[in-house]
Ligand binder design. Structure first.
Ligand SMILES: Cc1cc2nc3c(=O)[nH]c(=O)nc-3n(C[C@H](O)[C@H](O)[C@H](O)COP(=O)(O)OP(=O)(O)OC[C@H]3O[C@@H](n4cnc5c(N)ncnc54)[C@H](O)[C@@H]3O)c2cc1C
Length: 385
C-alpha cells in the first residue's frame, strides 16, 4: 500500500530497518534468553540519530512527529519488540516535557534525549493503581525548597536504565487524581532507588522495574506544567503515545507474517509446500489483510496528531486496541502455520507470540480503552442528534 511518506520519513524508515536487520536480528534470541538490556543496540540507534526523529530542531531533534516515531517503532518491532518498547518508552518519558515543560527544562533535558545519551521513562503505575490510575498513592509534599517524594512505582519500562523519569505523584492527597502533579526526577537523586526487576513472559530484553522514592527531594523547578495537572497531562500524553503501541503491533505482525510465509513456502507435507493448501492460504491472506488494516489506521491517527488536532482520544485508543488485538491473532496464527517448529525457540514466532500479549495490556488495557471509545461515542451521538 502506498502511504505517501515524505522523503525524510522514507529515509528514517529504511535506516531503522537496516539497523534492525544488521544489529538487532543477530542478537535477538540471545537478548531474549539472557534478558539483558540492549545497551549496544541503544547506542547504535543513537549513532543513527533515531532518538532525534520526533523532537523539534531547536532541541537537536530532526523535527518529525508522531508518524516518524511510529515508523521507527514499527521497523524495530518487526525484528524485536523488546528493543522497540525500550526506544518508544524514551519518547513517552520525554513527551510530558515536550508538551508541558518550561523552556529551561526543555533546553536542559531534551538535547540529551535526542542524542540518545540519556534514556527517559514514564512512571504512573503503582501496586494499587493500574487501570485505576487515579488511585496512585505516591506523594510529593512541599518542603526544603522543593517537593519530597515518597512511594513506589511498579512495572516501569526502562526503570534502572533511564537517566530521566517523569513521575506522577500527589501534591494534594485530598483531591485524588485532581491533586496529581508531574515531576522530572534524575536517576542519581538521593532518596530515589530501584526495586524488583520483573521477569516477564515477553519483551524480555526490556527493563521493567520498581521505582522507590524515600524522602526524595526534587527541586521545585522540576515540576512539569502546573500543580494539580498531572493526571490530565498523563491522559493527554497517553493519547499521543498510544499509536506507538499500535506501531509496535504492526511491526511485530509484519515480522510474524513474513516468517509464516517463508515457512509455508519451504515446508513440504503430502508432497507439496503447505502454502499450496487453501486453509494455509486463507490464514495468510487474513493475516496480511489485518496487518495492513492496522498499519493504515495507525498511520492515519499519527497523521491526525501531527496535523495539530486537539482531540484524538478515541482515534488513538482505536489504533492501539485494533492493532494489538490484531497482533495477538496474527502471531498465534504464525505459530500455527509453523506447526511444532513454531513452538520451538529456534523459530522467532515463539518469541513473537509471547511479545505480542503485552500490547493488549500496557498503556491502558484494551478493555479499559474500549470503555473510553464508548464514552466518546456517546458524546458524539449527542452531537449527531
Ligand atoms: C511489561 C510492562 C511494562 C509496563 N510499563 C509501564 C511504564 O513504563 N509506566 C507505567 O506507568 N506503567 C507501565 N506498565 C503498567 C501498565 O500500564 C498496567 O499494567 C496496565 O495499565 C494495567 O494495569 P494493571 O496491570 O494494574 O491491571 P488491572 O488494572 O488490575 O486490570 C486487571 C484486569 O481487569 C480489567 N479491568 C480493570 N478495570 C476495568 C474496568 N473498569 N472495566 C473493564 N475491565 C477492567 C483489565 O482490563 C484487566 O483485564 C507496564 C506494565 C507491564 C506489564
Amino acid at each position: 500500500m502506498e502511504y505517501f511518506l515524505t522523503e525524510q520519513q522514507k529515509t528514517i524508515k529504511s535506516l531503522a530497518r537496516r539497523i534492525a536487520e544488521e544489529k538487532i536480528l543477530p542478537m535477538r534470541a540471545t537478548l531474549d534468553e539472557t534478558e539483558e538490556f540492549p545497551w549496544d543496540i541503544v547506542r547504535d540507534l543513537a549513532d543513527a540519530d533515531m532518538f532525534r526523529v520526533f523532537l523539534p530542531e531547536e532541541y537537536e531533534g530532526l523535527g518529525g512527529g508522531c508518524l516518524d516515531l511510529c515508523l521507527v517503532i514499527e521497523e524495530l518491532s518487526r525484528i524485536c519488540s523488546a528493543v522497540a518498547v525500550t526506544y518508544a518508552t524514551s519518547a513517552l518519558g520525554s513527551l510530558p516535557l515536550l508538551e508541558y515543560g518550561s523552556e529551561d527544562q526543555k533546553q536542559k533535558y531534551l538535547p540529551d534525549i535526542a542524542s540518545g545519551k540519556k534514556l527517559a521513562a514514564f512512571a504512573l503505575t503503582e501496586a494499587t493503581a493500574g487501570s485505576d490510575a487515579g488511585a496512585i498513592k505516591t506523594t510529593a509534599d512541599r518542603g526544603n525548597g522543593g517537593y519530597v517524594l515518597n512511594g513506589t512505582k511498579q512495572y516501569i519500562t526502562n526503570g534502572g536504565e533511564a537517566e530521566i523519569y517523569t513521575v506522577i505523584a500527589l501534591t494534594n492527597k485530598e483531591k485524588g487524581a485532581r491533586g496529581a502533579s508531574a515531576f522530572l526526577v534524575e536517576k542519581d537523586t538521593p532518596g530515589f532507588s530501584f526495586g524488583k526487576k520483573e521477569k516477564k513472559m515477553g519483551i524480555r530484553a526490556s527493563a521493567t522495574r520498581e521505582l522507590v522514592f524515600r524522602n526524595c527531594l526534587v527541586p521545585e523547578e522540576n515540576m512539569i506544567g502546573k500543580e494539580g495537572m498531572g493526571f490530565i497531562m498523563t491522559m493527554r500524553i497517553l493519547d499521543r503515545s498510544r499509536p506507538g503501541i499500535g506501531a509496535q503491533a504492526v511491526g511485530l505482525g509484519q515480522g510474524a507474517l513474513e516468517v509464516a510465509v517463508d515457512y509455508a513456502q519451504q515446508r513440504i507435507q503430502f508432497g507439496h509446500p503447505i502454502i499450496a493448501l487453501p486453509v494455509v492460504q486463507n490464514t495468510l491472506a487474513n493475516m496480511a489483510t489485518e496487518v495492513e488494516a492496522a498499519r493504515a489506521l495507525v498511520y492515519a491517527v499519527a497523521r491526525t496528531i501531527d496535523s495539530g488536532a486537539k482531540r484524538f482520544t478515541e482515534e488513538s485508543a482505536m489504533a492501539k486496541v485494533f492493532a494489538s488485538d490484531m497482533v495477538m491473532r496474527v502471531a498465534t496464527d504464525a505459530v500455527q502455520i509453523c506447526g511444532g517448529a513454531g513452538y520451538m525457540r529456534d523459530y522467532p514466532v515463539e518469541k513473537m507470540m509471547r511479545d505480542a500479549k503485552i500490547m493488549q495490556i500496557y498503556e491502558g488495557t484494551n478493555e479499559v480503552l474500549k470503555m473510553a471509545i464508548a464514552i466518546e461515542l456517546r458524546k458524539r451521538k449527542a452531537a449527531w442528534e
